[in-house]
Design a protein around this ligand. Structure first.
Ligand code: HEM
Length: 472
């Protein structure tokens, strides 16, 4: 099969995209990304030439094996976006909407080889030193607190009132951030990722907060991620710590929000899970694994860049070409899943957490937040059910991730647990030699507001949480 190179102007055709290539954006793609994978797979095989926003060319990898081939061969497919040929040729405008995702930054995501080992090693070591039992306690307690806020009304939107809140409540604790910053942080992170007019200001706010935290914890360490990064043998500078704190926040938030929302949708709608409650087969971890196969929270990763001319699944990839890893597309590759309805019990070979040297180092924490969070919710509200027809549930699909718009539910009103909630007994994090004191929440100088002011109601809810958390 011969395919025109993505940038070939000779293949421009009428109303079609330049080169007759498929545009990976627009309402049709958003409405049915899965349909597009199959169209591309049928037309080009496991690797398809596509056009991203602004008609930027890329190769979309839709094959499962080919995704693994790219991810596991960093010497052929680098993470360093500075080698992108379009960028070197000056063909990427500064206001290209995907530039924030692709532009090189001094973090492990954009590094290869020895430098990646150094930066990533610090992140994995530090995440590994966080106290697992302590993390689960935090998740349970914050999930209970969120349930307390909705349980008396008998109805709720589980996307905005649960899934979008829980990961950041937990992550701010793990990082060592003051709880008071949580609501603005959630808002700022969403703002950044949605590329709104205030995205740059939001990014600056998040970065300022992470820098303040890195400096403060260097001087007065605790058992949190910021302190552990500062103490790691990799010898990270304050700037590197701040950059990686920001990275962890960004990497953990949207992905875990999506896993919780899709997981909740599944347990509320899939008869196999409902049957489990009556002695059937599908447990909550099984349901989450099924979601990681069918609706991976990060549908695609942008990207990798070819270090030299190479051939991938018969396609001639030029040095500096950009590749986009189609994780969702690879997960439904008919060569690994000939029957999409067949049981996947115990099979974790999906691409949801990527693979190779950049494979997600926070997957256990992401899984724990979703699993423990949903479990707590179901324990508290066992008769939870959808308030709308399943067909009415809406997702804001984008090629990089799919985000549920809302998940309206009903349940029997109940009293909040409030004071009955036990106070925390273990510190959130512990270094290996237990030589560090437990992390203490500390105030950080108030940062500039992001976008609109935080609504009074959310601020007071957060204060209540903080007081509760501190046992006051
Ligand atoms: C269910 C939730 C999550 C999913 C589906 C997910 C998925 C991913 C994926 C697909 C990548 C890209 C790897 C690549 O470029 O090949 C990634 C990277 C990363 N994730 Fe996660 N993630 C999740 C949760 C988390 C959490 C909770 C944390 C932190 C506690 C985290 C930290 C990171 C970091 C630091 C990277 C960059 C690693 C590197 O480039 O070496 N993730 N994740």
């Amino acid at each position: 099969m011969t395919t025109p190179p993505p940038e070939c102007p000779a293949h421009s055709s009428g109303g079609a995209a330049p080169g007759g290539l498929t545009r990976l954006y627009g309402p049709e793609v958003d409405a049915d990304p899965e349909g597009l994978y199959e169209k591309l797979r049928a037309e080009y095989g496991p690797v398809a030439p596509v056009l991203l926003l602004g008609e930027q060319p890329a190769w979309l990898v839709v094959g499962h094996n080919e995704n693994l081939e790219v991810l596991r061969n960093p010497s052929r497919f680098s993470r360093d976006s500075r080698i992108w040929n379009q960028l070197k040729d000056g063909k990427v405008p500064m206001d290209w909407p995907l530039l924030p995702v692709v532009a090189w930054q001094p973090v492990c995501v954009f590094a290869d080889g020895v430098e990646h080992d150094r930066l990533r090693g610090a992140v994995t070591n530090s995440l590994g030193r966080l106290n697992r039992r302590g993390i689960r306690q935090y998740i349970t307690r914050f999930a209970n607190q969120l349930v307390d806020e909705i349980c008396q009304s008998g109805r709720a939107d589980l996307v905005s009132q649960f899934a979008e809140q829980l990961p950041m409540l937990v992550m701010t604790q793990l990082l060592g951030m003051p709880e008071e910053e949580g609501p603005r942080l959630v808002k700022a992170l969403r703002d950044m990722l949605m590329g709104t007019e205030t995205a740059i200001a939001s990014n600056e706010y998040v970065m300022r907060l992470c820098t303040q935290l890195a400096v403060r914890k260097r001087a007065d360490p605790g058992g949190d991620l910021a302190s552990l990064l500062g103490r790691d043998d990799a010898g990270l500078t304050d700037e590197e710590i701040a950059e990686h704190l920001r990275l962890v926040l960004v990497a953990a938030n949207e992905t875990t929000v999506n896993l919780i929302a899709s997981g909740l949708k599944m347990v509320l709608t899939d008869p196999r899970f409902r049957a489990h409650l009556n002695g059937g087969q599908m447990t909550l971890p099984d349901a989450l694994e099924q979601v990681l196969w069918d609706e991976p929270p990060m549908a695609a990763v942008l990207g990798r860049w070819a270090t030299g001319d190479t051939v991938l699944a018969g396609q001639q990839i030029k040095a500096g070409d950009m590749l986009m890893l189609g994780l969702a597309a690879g997960n439904v590759d008919p060569r690994v899943r000939p029957d999409l309805n067949a049981s996947l019990y115990g099979n974790r070979s999906h691409l949801a957490f990527s693979s190779g040297p950049h494979e997600c180092p926070g997957q256990d924490i992401g899984r724990a937040i979703a699993d423990t969070g949903i479990d707590t919710l179901l324990m508290r509200l066992p008769d939870l059910h959808l308030a709308v027809e399943e067909g009415e549930l809406r997702s804001r699909a984008a090629f990089l991730s799919r985000h549920m718009v809302d998940l309206p539910v009903k349940f029997s009103p109940r009293k909040p647990m409030g004071e009955q909630l036990p106070t925390p007994r273990t510190p959130q994090a512990q270094p290996p030699a237990a030589e560090m004191p437990p992390a203490q929440p500390e105030p950080i100088a108030a940062a500039a507001p992001v976008g609109a002011p935080v609504p009074r109601q959310r601020r007071s809810r957060w204060s209540a949480l903080t007081s509760w958390f501190r046992g006051r």
